[in-house]
Design a protein around this ligand. Structure first.
Ligand SMILES: C[S@@+](CC[C@H](N)C(=O)[O-])C[C@H]1O[C@@H](n2cnc3c(N)ncnc32)[C@H](O)[C@@H]1O
Length: 404
């Protein structure tokens, strides 16, 4: 199993080779909310799946062009869970002209083909790199990306001042580091990105690939087009170690700032808005507990889980039994509960965590709802939080039936 490279040895995490060559058709190595909620269940309104709830939200919020069925492109389809839910909802409302999925991973594309084989509306599978969306011939009215943009390239260890002192264990003359950091600083300057306080962090990370992706979206989306991006966010991007690759959370303020400068009208909200409006919940499953522990074990600055695993006096069987009891008797069922309750349960098992908002074991999933106005030009847009995007009417003269 490939291990993520050491932060100080590589200034830029790039998962593309992993997705092309090593990624297997499983979500066991991911923390995927949509996969956890792929079956109808009580944690999503009306007993919907995650994909169905998202489809209904897109319809309710009128995010698709009003004048014709839409060409929808999903970027990074995973096992096809989102498409399996969303396609019937949009097609059932006669709002879908075509649905396509762009993905880098041949293994996952094979899984998508199998999963969506019997879909009444055929789904087209396209191979390609979403970070180079503008280089493909893809045209869509609406782009959807669920829990993908954290996989894109991220530059880390960026000094708080341009050309400032490096903070990792590498030579200050290291050309490769300096090149990436200069690139990150170009983005900071171009978009007016904020930098953490010195007390907060000596260096910071920039979601370079996610920024390239939204830049490409601005280029490929037609006036009146839109996009809906869901990802795990933090105030500034942070590494998330998974068993065989490293992802990054999306620095929410940075992304909002970039979207605004590009000219998108956008709103930002919590996935609870479409899964279960008004409800704060946390989902826990033993698999994710395992992943959370694994990520702690691999994190050199937090040895709690490592110590816990290796403490000969810790009775793991007893801990798991206590956790199971605290969660209502069954660890195998994903459980919706108040964060404080879950934190209490984890504490019972000796794990002390704070869990605000909607999250899977500390991950906070948010959406970015983007709209490119009909009169799109380079004028700055306006991002609002948990608000509805105000959209001008769709340009009726736009070419109908764009092909993906
Ligand atoms: C964590 S999975 C999410 C899958 C799905 N959207 C879901 O919510 O279950 C990430 C997906 O994005 C794909 N992906 C990652 N990087 C990509 C890139 N640069 N271009 C296209 N697809 C990519 C992966 O192959 C995988 O299918």
């Amino acid at each position: 199993m490939a291990r993520p490279s050491n932060l100080s040895s590589d200034p830029c995490t790039d998962n593309r080779r992993f997705h092309r060559q090593e990624k297997r058709a499983t979500m066991l190595d991911e923390v995927s909310l949509s996969h956890l909620l792929r079956q109808p269940g009580p944690f999503v309104r009306n007993g919907w799946t995650y994909g169905e709830a998202l489809g209904h939200f897109i319809l309710e919020q009128e995010l698709l062009p009003a004048d014709r069925p839409a060409v929808v492109l999903e970027v990074g389809g995973g096992l096809g869970d989102v498409a399996a839910g969303i396609v019937p909802v949009l097609a059932g409302a006669s709002r879908l002209a075509e649905y396509a999925i762009l993905d880098l991973s041949p293994e996952l594309q094979a899984a998508q083909r199998e999963r969506l084989r019997d879909a009444r509306t055929p789904v087209r599978l396209v191979s390609g790199d979403a970070e180079r969306l503008h280089r493909t011939s893809i045209e869509a009215d609406f782009v959807l990306s669920n829990e993908v943009i954290g996989d894109f390239r991220t530059i880390d260890g960026v000094p708080r001042t341009r050309g400032g002192p490096p903070t990792g264990g590498f030579s200050p003359d290291d050309f490769r580091h300096r090149r990436y950091w200069a690139l990150a600083w170009d983005l900071v300057d171009r978009y007016g990105l904020d930098v953490p306080d010195e007390a907060e962090a000596p260096s910071f990370a920039v979601n370079w690939g996610a920024i390239r992706f939204v830049e490409a979206l601005w280029k490929v989306l037609p006036p009146g087009g839109g996009a809906f991006l869901v990802e795990n966010v933090t105030p500034f991007a942070r590494p998330l170690e998974l068993p065989d690759h490293r992802e990054y959370s999306i620095g929410e303020r940075h992304l909002v700032q970039v979207l605004d400068r590009l000219g998108f009208a956008c709103s930002v909200g919590d996935v609870a808005d479409f899964l279960h409006p008004g409800r704060i919940f946390t989902i826990v499953s033993p698999r994710h507990l395992g992943l959370w522990l694994a990520s702690r074990v691999m994190s050199p600055d937090d040895r709690r889980a490592w110590d816990l695993f290796n403490d000969p006096v810790v009775d793991w069987g007893g801990r798991i039994a206590r956790l199971r009891e605290a969660l209502g008797g069954d660890l195998r069922i994903d459980t919706a509960m108040a964060p404080e309750t879950l934190a209490g349960c984890l504490r019972t098992a000796g794990l002390d965590v704070g869990l605000p908002g909607t999250n899977v074991l500390g991950r906070h999933f948010r959406y970015f709802n983007l709209h490119k106005s009909v009169a799109a030009n380079t004028a700055a847009g306006s991002c609002s939080h948990s608000g509805r995007v105000r959209r001008p009417p769709v340009n009726p003269s736009r070419r109908a039936g764009r092909r993906v």
